[in-house]
Write a protein that binds this ligand. Structure first.
Ligand SMILES: *Cc1c(COP(=O)(O)O)cnc(C)c1O
Length: 339
């Protein structure tokens, strides 16, 4: 039995999703005439009580577009030193927007209002770059799927208001956070000026992310998407997978969280495991004992067709998703026990 726990990006569309995609009406999306994309954008914006949305090719693209709209060259944005926008987007902040970055420490990558406040530069002092954006990531990938405390988000929002700064959310896995906390989507979204959501992670669509914000923000974002070469034509055929995912696959993310807790429990019983981050959602990050090599664990599991990721020199990552059946999780638990 093959069990792929490397990432929640590995999911494949189900036959129901493919059927929905096959039947989706399409048009030229650069002309804003693709009915499926228009429906997806409206659906996503409405879900969060925001005005408008934009379908993009990837979460890197939605994040990079948001940064480009919010920031000018020479400005500075504030984010966690573990943030995806900084670590995993190929230096795009510098390359695409010429923007500087202030990196903050945080608890499992979650930054605090207090640290953000200390990092906002005095706009009257010409020595400093102009702070022009704060970015959060919820859930926090490098933090083992950690969920932000809503009170901290609200404090950061108040701070942004005080300093006239926009707040962007890299919400690649925001639904994992919201199904777990039960917080209302719209009241959560009120805290942000722009939100990026991924359709191709735990939601199980094959392609795409959606950027959500005000009408004027999305108008500017649409221009940047075109400049970055992301203006697609009859893309409703792929966007339909995302629409199907938003309508059908959100609540079931709880199953992934349950599966992740099971895997973490089994890992915690192994002598070669040193420490495991609390499992808030669908990501398990575990540190192996110094006497054990990450590669040997990864390889031994791979021999049993259980695939996980090295996540730093002494750390492994397992991510659960909708293609994991209960049998697969049992099988992976047995494989871990038999290393
Ligand atoms: C996956 C991910 C993204 C976007 O990645 P793409 O592969 O470009 O879609 C953005 N932020 C986080 C936290 C992610 O995990």
């Amino acid at each position: 039995m093959k069990v792929d726990l490397r990432s929640d990006t590995v999911t494949k569309p189900t036959s129901e999703m493919k059927e929905f995609m096959f039947n989706a009406p399409v048009g030229d999306d650069v002309f804003e005439e693709d009915p499926t994309i228009n429906e997806l954008e409206k659906y996503a914006a409405d879900l969060f009580g925001m005005e408008a949305a934009l379908y993009c090719s990837s979460g890197t693209q939605t994040n990079q577009i948001a940064i480009n709209v919010h920031c000018k060259p020479g400005d500075e944005l504030i984010c966690s030193k573990e943030a995806h926008i900084y670590k995993y987007e190929g230096g795009g902040i510098a390359k695409n927007s010429g923007t500087s970055v202030k990196l903050l420490d945080g608890d499992r990558g979650r930054i605090t209002a207090q640290n953000v406040e200390l990092s906002i530069n005095d706009p009257e002092n010409v020595h400093y770059p102009l702070t022009s954006l704060v970015c959060l990531e919820d859930t926090m990938n490098r933090g083992g799927g950690a969920i932000y405390d809503i009170k901290e988000i609200q404090s950061i929002r108040s701070l942004c208001d005080k300093h006239g700064l926009p707040l962007h959310l890299d919400g690649a896995r925001v639904f994992n956070a919201l199904v777990e906390t039960g917080i209302d989507y719209k009241s959560y979204a009120q805290n942000f000026d722009s939100i990026s959501i991924c359709l191709s992670k735990g939601l199980g669509a094959p392609v795409g992310s959606v950027l959500i914000g005000s009408r004027s923000f999305i108008k500017k974002a649409r221009r940047v998407r075109k400049v970055l070469g992301g203006g697609m034509r009859q893309a409703g055929i792929i966007a339909a997978g995302g629409l199907y995912a938003l309508k059908n696959n959100i609540e079931r993310l709880k199953d992934d969280h349950e599966n992740a807790r099971k895997l973490a429990q089994t890992l915690s019983e192994q002598p070669w495991i040193k420490d495991i981050m609390d499992v808030d959602t669908n990501i398990v990050v575990a540190q192996v004992e110094p006497s054990t090599s990450v590669d040997s664990i990864v390889n031994k599991l791979a021999e049993k067709d259980v695939h996980i990721m090295p996540f730093g020199k002494d750390t492994i990552r397992l991510v659960t998703h909708l293609d994991n059946s209960p049998e697969q999780i049992n099988y992976a638990q047995e494989a871990i026990k038999n290393i």
